[in-house]
Design a protein around this ligand. Structure first.
Ligand SMILES: Cc1cc2nc3c(=O)[nH]c(=O)nc-3n(C[C@H](O)[C@H](O)[C@H](O)COP(=O)(O)O)c2cc1C
Ligand SMILES: Nc1ncnc2c1ncn2[C@@H]1O[C@H](COP(=O)(O)OP(=O)(O)O)[C@@H](O)[C@H]1O
Length: 320
């Protein structure tokens, strides 16, 4: 996949030369709705025998319109993760537009002229609710008027799961942030994941009989609710099963920092400094405050049983 960063106004020498099919969206999460857009776009690209390009942005437009401070923005996928997923779903050219005032203020007609016609899109594919400026004027219903016959439009209808629209906000707020990672997996079409680096913790885990890899993660990642989860972890190309704890280690004192830590089943190597991708499969329980380390250990034994049971009954990639 070729990645082309665009800054407004675009340098026409830096773009792909030749006709393309262009999929439009912010694509945070690359969920089942996004996947349907990409699938329709891929089919169109094969039919026309031209490359499939997608356009996304380096940041959500929400901070441009001061709806949210950039520090508060959380994403299901960071840019590197989004790139991996877009490549996986068949995108050949990924345009990443830098979200600047100059770009965000573009009138719809100029966006269409410069970023659709200007990129030589022969067909544009987007979801039914895609907007490229103010909702009431820059929507799919008006795209044809701005296009004036210069490209075809494929509008992908709403994708629903159990009667609810599959959407980034829904997956983030009502699923991942409430701990319901199992339903998030259904809506994403893959288990929610993020990547971090294994750092040193307080060295207590090994004394408890459960050494944990403490993760330093990108602060823009959506983090599941505090609790214990069945997870899978990718380390250096190998996948391991494990149980994760997101919490404040409340058994060992108050006002501690939140940690994301993982105990890997049947594993005993030193992995400090390794990059680890955690796939969140199932919420097991809330974090509890125990009166002694022994009681915590007893609970962790049960967690381990539950985790092994979960993976025995659920082949992780069966769904989605
Ligand atoms: C599966 C699992 C469940 C956990 N559950 C709890 C819990 O309920 N309450 C708690 O205070 N800490 C819990 N922890 C966190 C432990 O307190 C923590 O892993 C331990 O203190 C080691 O910390 P360290 O990695 O900094 O050495 C859990 C950890 C794991 C791996
Ligand atoms: N089964 C395992 N799961 C996770 N980490 C393990 C495992 N076995 C060994 N380790 C190693 O032990 C370290 C965790 O030990 P721990 O006493 O919890 O120290 P820390 O507080 O630094 O995390 C991990 O970072 C990793 O290098």
């Amino acid at each position: 996949m070729e990645i082309i960063n665009l800054h407004h106004p675009i340098d026409t020498k830096a773009i792909h030369q030749g006709p393309i099919v262009l999929a439009l969206g912010f694509f945070d999460g690359v969920h089942k709705g996004h996947q349907k857009v990409l699938k329709a776009a891929r089919q169109e690209a094969s039919k026309r025998n031209i490359p499939l390009a997608a356009m996304t942005f380096n940041m959500s437009a929400r901070f441009m319109f001061q709806e949210e401070h950039p520090k508060e923005l959380r994403y299901l996928t960071t840019l590197p993760e989004k790139k991996r997923l877009m490549q996986h779903f068949g995108v050949e050219i990924l345009y990443i537009v830098q979200m600047t005032s100059a770009f965000a203020k573009l009138a719809p007609q100029l966006f269409v002229d410069q970023y659709i016609v200007g990129l030589q899109a022969k067909t544009v594919v987007a979801g039914f609710d895609y907007t490229y400026g103010k909702k009431d004027i820059a929507n799919m219903a008006n795209l044809g008027d701005y296009g004036q016959g210069r490209f075809h439009i494929i509008e992908v209808p709403k994708v629903e799961e159990n009667g609810v629209k599959v959407g980034t906000t829904e997956i983030r707020q009502t699923l991942v942030e409430t701990g319901d990672v199992a339903t998030a997996k259904k809506q994403l079409g893959y288990p929610y994941f993020f990547t971090g680096i294994v750092i040193h913790g307080e060295k207590r885990g090994r004394e408890l009989g459960y050494p944990t890899a403490n993760l330093m993660i990108d602060e823009t990642n959506v983090v599941p609710k505090v609790g214990v989860y069945a997870v899978e972890c990718l380390i250096n190309g190998d996948l391991y099963k494990g149980m994760a704890s997101i919490g404040y280690n409340i058994t060992f004192g108050d006002n501690r920092e939140r940690t994301v830590e993982i105990y890997l089943l049947d594993y005993s190597l030193d992995i400090y400094g390794e990059e680890m991708t955690v796939y969140w499969h199932k919420y097991l329980r809330n974090e509890l405050k125990f009166d002694s380390a022994d009681e915590l250990i007893e609970q962790m034994n049960k967690d381990e049983e539950m985790t092994r049971e979960y993976f025995k009954e659920n082949s992780p990639y069966k769904e989605g």
